[in-house]
Every structure is written in structure tokens, then in C-alpha cells.
Design a binder for this molecule. Structure first.
Ligand code: HBI
Length: 377
């Protein structure tokens, strides 16, 4: 089939490689790798200072966008003067004639609004659950105009956008895409290969921030006696300090923010990775990164990770906020076959598997756009 010319719009919160974009950076890398692997030609538009991602990157100057996670639910849409987001979409409007489709990864109002005014079809891979009323309204409005343009990672994430209007539940028709990692970058550790210099330990990964629920990891460590290594950007030092102060018996070791290659090597030495999300994590790339190295995942039954982990097969899914259940699960972790963890990622969460799902989506959208006589506003 005819290869597509795909333009990917990155997140405006930070340049690629800065880690500020969190999971979106990993999704972008996987999409570039996976879609190129299917023969598509891919280019990227991202804030200036972005690292090379295996495709041409149009580097856009301008003021970075504040994170939607920090805004209040009722906050109005904000666009700083000299906005990088605005400049990114000016560039996309200039480039649109050279592409068949634009894949937007920004969790922002502007790209959703502009979709109706651009000639090129724009699809939106929504990276988080519902956070903000203005964003929700833009998503529902776009869904009404173009029901095929919205993608999400998981069902748990998608349903957070359901809303009830005059007693009628309005759902958003998201295409569920999961996510994907470049499995070649992850070495499988059939055993946790700890030795005298590195006793058996658990792992926890994610921005050091309250929505990651690290206080439960600390309580798990204190109650089970398991040491826990923690990796991730130190976004909220005061929060970290509070967790450590409240759980003096916990053996938590902060191991910094590691780039993927180093993180995967460290993850592989864990007996298990624990995920204790307090918010509806849209996906939980950590779960597939851990499983890709053969490490089982123990997670709360909340958000994306609970759809990735198969209870009793690639880890355990326990009732949300139930630390006692986490302790029990750790006690049963040697029942999990670490090779099965890797196999599940290769089948379902590789860049190839993700790219096939996205490829099907893009082809459906491009075909439908070609059939549309005039652009629907
Ligand atoms: N906030 N405004 C805004 N735009 C984004 O694209 C964005 C964000 N906050 C977090 C974020 N993206 C990513 O880190 C998550 O989607 C993973």
C-alpha cells in the first residue's frame, strides 16, 4: 500500500530529550521508529533544543507551554506571548501541503481547535486522562465534527472524558492504541541477577510527584522489609522529603532520572516494579519498560497499568490503595515467569505492534478525508 507522509507534532511543554514531556517523548520515539519501519516518511515539529529522534525535526522557538497537569480543572486556555505552541502550528500550516496526515501529541486546546481550519487531516493521540474543562470541551467538539480523529492509550483513560449532559452520558469515540517501546533497546534479565553488592530489591519509576503515590511504596517497603530503588525526575522535592520523613523505616533509595538505555539496565535487576498511581494514569510506559526487561509489575487496579498487567501472568493487579495487598503480591512474585513478561511486550507493546494499530488508524482517516467533498468546519 502507498506509504504515507506523516508529520508528528510534539508536546510544547519542553524540547525532546528534556524529560519534561514525560511519556509523550517515549510515544513520539516509538511512533517515529514504528511508522518509519512500515515505510512511511515521518517528520517532527517540536520546541527548539529537541534532540534528534531518527527523523527530521523542525525546531520551533518560543515560550514553552505550562503543563496542563498544573492547571486547575476550570482554568481557561492559556497562550503565552511568543508561544511555541502557536509557532509550531504556524509551521504545520505552512508544511501541511507536503503531508498526508498530522499526528498531534500535544495535550492542548489549540491543535484541537485548529483541526477544522487545516486542509491536512489532523489526528490527536491524547496522552492523559481528563484534566481540564476547556480541553474536555474541545475534545467533545472535535469528536462531534470528526469522530475518527481521537486516539487514546487505554479504555480507563478514554472513559475519563465521558460526561453527562441533561442526564445523557456522552462518550468520546477514541481509537484505543495502547503504546509501544523499541524492544531491541531492552535487555531481558531472566533472573533479577542481584548479588552480594546489590541485594534483592523492588523498583518504582516515575516523576517524583504526588500522583505517583510514592507514600504507598514507602509503606510497602516499611511493612515488607524490601528495599526499593526509585528512578524519575525529581519534580517535587518537598513531596519526596515528606514521604521519607513519614516512613523512617522504609528503605527507599532515590536513583535519579536515567535515560532509557541506563534505566532498562537498572530495571532488569529488580525483582518486581511497583506502580501505585493515585490518578488515572493514561497508560503507564513504565509497565511495558519493566516487562520488556523481564520484570513483573505489581500495580493498583487503577488506570492504564491495570490494563497492561495480566494478573498472575505478568505481575499482579491489586485493589487500589491497598498496601497490604501489595505486600502479599510481593510475597508471591516468584510465581511469575519473567520470560512471559517479555513475550507480552513483544506481542502487544512493541513499536511494531503500536505502529500497526496507528497505521490502520491513519489509513482510515486519510481515506475518509479523501472522500469528504469539502472540509467540514
Ligand atoms: N501539558 N499543556 C500541556 N501540553 C502537553 O502536551 C503536555 C502537558 N503536560 C504533560 C504532558 N504533555 C506529558 O508529559 C504527558 O502527556 C505524558
Amino acid at each position: 500500500m502507498q506509504p504515507l507522509r506523516v508529520l508528528i507534532a510534539s508536546t510544547p511543554v519542553g524540547p525532546l530529550g528534556s524529560g519534561v514531556g514525560g511519556g509523550v517523548e517515549l510515544t513520539l520515539h516509538s511512533l517515529v521508529y514504528g511508522l518509519s519501519g512500515l515505510g512511511h516518511s515521518v517528520e517532527v515539529v517540536a520546541p527548539a533544543g529537541s534532540l534528534h529522534v531518527g527523523a527530521r525535526v523542525h525546531q520551533i522557538e518560543g515560550a514553552l507551554q505550562a503543563s496542563s497537569q498544573l492547571a486547575d480543572r476550570r482554568a481557561p486556555v492559556e497562550l503565552p506571548a511568543d508561544s511555541a505552541l502557536v509557532a509550531m502550528w504556524d509551521r504545520i500550516a505552512e508544511l501541511q501541503g507536503d503531508f498526508d496526515v498530522v499526528v498531534n501529541l500535544a495535550y492542548d486546546w489549540l491543535p484541537l481547535y485548529l483541526t477544522r481550519w487545516l486542509d491536512v487531516p489532523v489526528v490527536h493521540f491524547i496522552s492523559m486522562g481528563s484534566l481540564n474543562d476547556a480541553m474536555d470541551a474541545a475534545i467533545h467538539d472535535l469528536a462531534r465534527r470528526h469522530p475518527d480523529r481521537l486516539g487514546a492509550h487505554t479504555r480507563a483513560q478514554a472513559v475519563t472524558f465521558d460526561r453527562t449532559v441533561d442526564g445523557v452520558v456522552e462518550t468520546v469515540p477514541f481509537r484505543l492504541l495502547g503504546s509501544g517501546v523499541i524492544t531491541d533497546r531492552y535487555d531481558v534479565h531472566v533472573t533479577a541477577d542481584h548479588g552480594p553488592d546489590s541485594p534483592a530489591h523492588l523498583g518504582a519509576v516515575g516523576r517524583i510527584s504526588p500522583e505517583k503515590g510514592l507514600e504507598d511504596v514507602a509503606e510497602l517497603s516499611a511493612r515488607s522489609g524490601w528495599p526499593v530503588k526509585v528512578w524519575g525526575m525529581m519534580q517535587d522535592p518537598a513531596y519526596w522529603q515528606r514521604v521519607c520523613d513519614r516512613h523512617p523505616d522504609a528503605q527507599l533509595e532515590y536513583c535519579g532520572f536515567l535515560p532509557t538505555d541506563d534505566l532498562q539496565a537498572a530495571l532488569g535487576r529488580c525483582t518486581a516494579v511497583v506502580m501505585t498511581p493515585k490518578w488515572v494514569e493514561a497508560f503507564g510506559n513504565v509497565a511495558i519498560e519493566a516487562m520488556a526487561t523481564g520484570v513483573p509489575v505489581i500495580t493498583y487496579d487503577r488506570g492504564g497499568p491495570s490494563e497492561i498487567v495480566r494478573d498472575g501472568e505478568t505481575g499482579f493487579v491489586v485493589p487500589p490503595d491497598d498496601v497490604g495487598a501489595l505486600v502479599d503480591a510481593v510475597g508471591r512474585i516468584d510465581r511469575i515467569d519473567r520470560i512471559m513478561c517479555r513475550q507480552r511486550v513483544e506481542e502487544e507493546y512493541s513499536t511494531e505492534a503500536l505502529a500497526l494499530r496507528v497505521d490502520e488508524w491513519l489509513r482510515d482517516v486519510v481515506a475518509a478525508a479523501d472522500r469528504e467533498p469539502a472540509r467540514r468546519r
